[in-house]
Design a protein around this ligand. Structure first.
Ligand SMILES: [Zn+2]
Length: 81
């Protein structure tokens, strides 16, 4: 018998995947200029991400992102026993 054990990790705020800066607060307000790439969400100041990565969206400080945005979707980790 297999039990599907799921761990759901909610993302109340969004962090930079490179330096862990808070980029978007719990209300969806952007705290720092940042960009969402196929590598992850990173501060715009990390220059290396202009090359070799696809940028899906760029966000400016003060902009509001809907909490329904894909970036806020909870992470689901499934482990099978
Ligand atoms: Zn960063």
């Amino acid at each position: 018998m297999m039990i599907d054990d799921r761990t759901v990790i909610q993302k109340p705020v969004l962090l930079c995947d490179s330096c862990n800066n808070v980029l978007v607060d719990e209300n969806g307000v952007v705290q720092e200029d940042c960009k969402w790439t196929d590598w992850g969400l990173v501060c715009s100041k990390h220059k290396g991400f202009d090359k070799g990565f696809t940028v899906f969206e760029e966000f400016k400080k003060g902009q509001k992102i809907s909490k329904k945005h894909k970036l806020f979707a909870p992470m689901v980790i499934a482990s099978l026993h």
